[in-house]
Design a protein around this ligand. Structure first.
Ligand code: F0G
Length: 354
């Protein structure tokens, strides 16, 4: 049967009325891929939820389809968001689909190239501020309170409702059981809040059990771990370069209620996980996503995650979003040769014999 998209598929779990449009770009239904090599290495059963397979290449599509559908239902003509890139790509795409105007506010110079390319192609109006994500979010929150523009950041509760559906899928894909551990990157903390809500709601209806929620911030932006706002967050993982997460309380609650933890990983650990995932498993996810894998490696080694655990790590965005980091992080570069079969053959033979 053809996948109908999130709103249709999960309508009984979502704030859907007869007036809600069945907006969709066929988001959701993303693969759960077992990581054979890394699992064996760590002595655990590790899977990744590949959210980069969504229509705009990140998990944001799940929340955005719901938020934009409700904006249309409520008669809104314009949506606005602050973003480190993925939210803006999703907002721009669903606004285009629904015929709404879309305004995005981004931190200048800190948006991965692929995400910017998406925003321009989908026709968003782009404002680049000389500030960071937290400052951009403050501006759009104020603006939306004083004008008829709908805010579609994850402080919009419809975003959380849409995103919680990923937890449903994880339970179904594991044969009707939640994993022991759910590992997830944490930036503005909306997604960990959404997953926890999703696991709890699904458990209530289907007795699927609950995972330990383990969230990972980047070390240079680890506000929740440090229990203090970071005024000038820095990390190579620009997606999660956030120093004052809007859903801070939701993240702490998810970790506490589930017997989990909010932890941090360094840029070095993120880049190692990023490369390992691509080289050993054939899975290419953007750096921010790989905070989940880096976190699993860290906590299995420390013993916080037990050997033999069934773990799902969320890969929040597609590797193609950030081509510059990929090229910079790799020691492999193309070998330039003349257009001569013999020379190419000799080179490859040399490489094979090496
Ligand atoms: N991973 C990726 C690839 C992201 O883009 C984000 C957030 C996160 C993880 C963290 O999710 O904020 O719910 O804790 N990106 C937002 C954006 C901030 O603007 O695209 P979170």
């Amino acid at each position: 049967m053809r996948w109908p998209g999130l709103i249709q598929q999960y309508r009984e779990y979502l704030p859907v009325t007869n007036a809600t449009p069945m907006l969709s770009l066929n988001e959701g239904n993303t693969p759960l891929v077992p990581l054979h090599s890394i699992s064996e290495e760590l002595g655990v059963e590790l899977y990744v939820k590949v959210e980069g397979a969504n229509p705009t290449g990140s998990f944001k599509d799940r929340g955005m389809v719901m938020a934009v559908a409700k904006a249309v239902e409520e008669g809104s003509k314009t949506i606005i968001c602050a973003s480190t890139g993925n939210t803006s790509a999703a907002a721009a795409a669903y606004a285009a689909r629904a015929g709404l105007r879309c305004i995005i506010v981004i931190p200048e110079g800190k948006i991965a190239m692929g995400k910017l390319a998406q925003a321009v192609m989908y026709g968003a109006e782009i404002i680049s501020i000389q500030g960071n994500f937290d400052q951009a979010l403050r501006i759009v929150r104020d603006l939306s309170e004083n004008s008829p523009i709908t805010l579609v950041n994850s402080v919009n509760p419809y975003r959380i409702d849409g995103q919680k559906t990923a937890a449903f899928e994880v339970c179904v894909q594991l044969g009707g059981r939640a994993p022991d551990v759910l590992a997830i990157p944490v930036g503005n903390a909306g997604n960990i809040t959404a997953y926890w809500k999703g696991f709890k709601e699904y458990h209530e209806r289907h007795k699927t059990g609950l995972p330990e929620m383990r969230g990972f911030e980047a070390e240079g932006a680890a506000a929740i771990v440090r229990n203090q706002v970071i005024e000038a967050p820095e990390t190579i993982a620009t997606a999660i370069r956030i120093g004052n997460p809007a859903s801070w309380k939701g993240a702490v609650q998810a970790a506490n209620e589930s017997n989990g933890k909010i932890d941090e990983v360094s840029d070095q650990e993120i880049l190692e996980a990023y490369t390992l995932l691509a080289r050993k498993e054939g899975v290419f996810a953007e750096p921010g996503s790989c905070a989940s894998i880096a976190g699993v490696i860290k906590q299995v080694r420390s013993g916080e995650i037990k050997k033999g655990s069934k773990i799902v790590a969320v890969l929040t965005g597609n590797g193609l979003k950030d081509p510059n980091i990929a090229i910079e992080a790799s020691s492999i570069a193309p070998v330039v040769l003349p257009n001569d079969e013999k020379v190419v053959f000799e080179h490859i033979r040399g490489a094979v014999l090496h």
